[in-house]
Write a protein that binds this ligand. Structure first.
Ligand SMILES: Cc1ncc(COP(=O)(O)O)c(C=O)c1O
Length: 425
């Protein structure tokens, strides 16, 4: 019996279509190399909490201030999640209710800004997130956005440019954080810039939260008005959001989450967040994050040695950005690379590069991350193999028989690192 069979005995008979799709997805995850930088594999304890009867309960409001009866155990769970989040990140208090990272960001913006006010955020095509001011997102529709980007030569954050922009454009809030930036972000400098301009500072640490929790990336907590995060990337919890702040700032953001933009909290997810925070407080989580960083460095080094240029020439974090426009004749697009790698059992996402000339649907780059394969237990030797396969896939130009051969090698490697202790469902 595998863990998933134990988990899904009723589903199998009651809803075979959904059961079948879950099992196919399990096999896809099991047999392939998951290199999407924002994905990870949660523990069985997190799965159990998220799959629990807590999904039955309505609990609008906050601990001890609910709009529904029967919340005594719910309150215990939410308080545990808040306490653990605060201990993990050294924060005074937290809101653990955001259904996602996007909603965490939305609540902080609404706590600090009125529609039409200006904030500064990193532009999407330079590595920022949609919620940092993309015109396609609520953040770009509701607010005036002042976008900052990277230094055109170094492709690193240009703190002088950000200072000049704040002085000139006078935004009310500075937002920092990124979805595709491979280097350490200096939150102290950015916090000082915000302080000099007497504006608020929001840090979205969604990608790097696990590294911050482990003390392997500088923490934004001492400098930010609000720090937001997802709980499902490097932090390795269930899908969801989180807001951390000082005690005198929590009221404003709590009311923006509920009743502002959400209804009842997802208590099964909050319980799973509490489990994940507890796991992240354990010594083995530090070892995991150290392994993540060393795997990312090794994979980056191997890829570069085999000729694939990386933006900024490497990484300080869990992810790297390969620039295909500088590889060989520059003709392979991010979209093609993503599709070919997928056929070889290697999952990445196409990504814009800082000097992008192609559309966001085509792109010239791919983003590669190691949190998920590190959770599986892969290390330095595996990074070497994976780098070679990535290069072979690009060189194959999509040749089906070559991709099929690599897929078999990928599958064989993955079988040595089974998910959830099973090799096959
Ligand atoms: C930096 C950053 N912030 C926020 C989000 C949004 O998180 P969610 O998908 O949970 O809304 C992401 C997701 O990719 C992200 O990378």
């Amino acid at each position: 019996m595998t863990i998933l069979q134990n988990f899904h005995t009723n589903l199998k008979t009651k809803d075979p279509a959904i059961y079948d799709a879950i099992h196919r997805e399990f096999n896809r995850e099991e047999e392939g190399l998951e290199l999407i930088a924002s994905e990870n594999y949660v523990s069985t304890a997190v799965l159990e909490a998220q799959g629990s009867i807590l999904t039955n309960k309505y609990a609008e409001g906050y601990p001890s201030k609910r709009y529904y009866g029967g919340c005594e155990f719910i309150d215990q769970i939410e308080n545990l999640a808040i306490d653990r989040a605060c201990r993990l990140f050294g924060a005074e208090t937290a809101n653990v209710q955001p259904h996602s990272g996007s909603q965490a960001n939305m609540a902080t913006y609404l706590a600090l800004l009125s529609p039409g006010d200006a904030f500064a955020g990193m532009s999407l095509n330079q590595g920022g997130h949609l919620t940092h001011g993309s015109p396609a997102n609520f953040s770009g529709k509701l607010f005036k956005v002042i976008s900052y980007g990277l230094n055109p030569k170094t492709h690193r954050l240009d703190y002088d440019q950000i200072r000049d922009l704040i002085r000139k454009e006078k935004p009310k809030v500075l937002v920092a954080g990124a979805s595709a930036y491979p280097r350490i972000i200096d939150f102290e400098i950015l916090g000082t810039l915000a302080q000099e301009a007497s504006i608020d500072f929001v840090v979205d640490m969604a990608h790097i939260a696990g590294l911050v929790a482990a003390g392997l990336h500088p923490s934004p907590i001492p400098f930010a008005t609000y720090t937001t995060s997802t709980t499902h990337k490097t932090l390795r919890g269930p899908r969801g959001g989180l807001i951390l702040c000082r005690s005198d700032r929590i009221k404003a953001v709590n009311s923006q989450i509920f009743p502002g933009i959400q209804g009842g909290p997802l208590m099964h997810v909050i319980a799973a967040k509490a489990v994940a925070f507890s796991e992240a407080l354990s010594p083995s989580f530090l070892e995991y994050q150290k392994a993540t960083l060393s795997n990312a460095k090794k994979l980056a080094q191997e890829l570069m040695e085999q000729g694939l240029p990386l933006i900024t020439g490497g990484t300080d974090t869990h992810l790297m950005l390969a620039d295909l426009s500088l590889w060989k004749d520059g003709s392979i697009t991010g979209k093609e690379a993503e599709a070919w790698l997928d056929r070889a059992g290697i999952t990445v996402n196409k990504n814009t590069v800082p000097h992008e000339k192609r559309s966001p649907f085509i792109t010239s780059g791919i983003r590669i991350g190691v949190p998920a394969i590190t959770t599986r237990g892969m290390g330095s030797e595996e990074m070497k193999k994976i780098a070679t396969w990535i290069i072979q896939v690009l060189e194959s130009k999509g040749d089906q028989s070559q991709l099929q051969k690599i897929r078999m090698d990928v599958k064989a490697l993955c079988s040595e690192f089974p998910l959830y202790g099973s090799s096959k469902v």
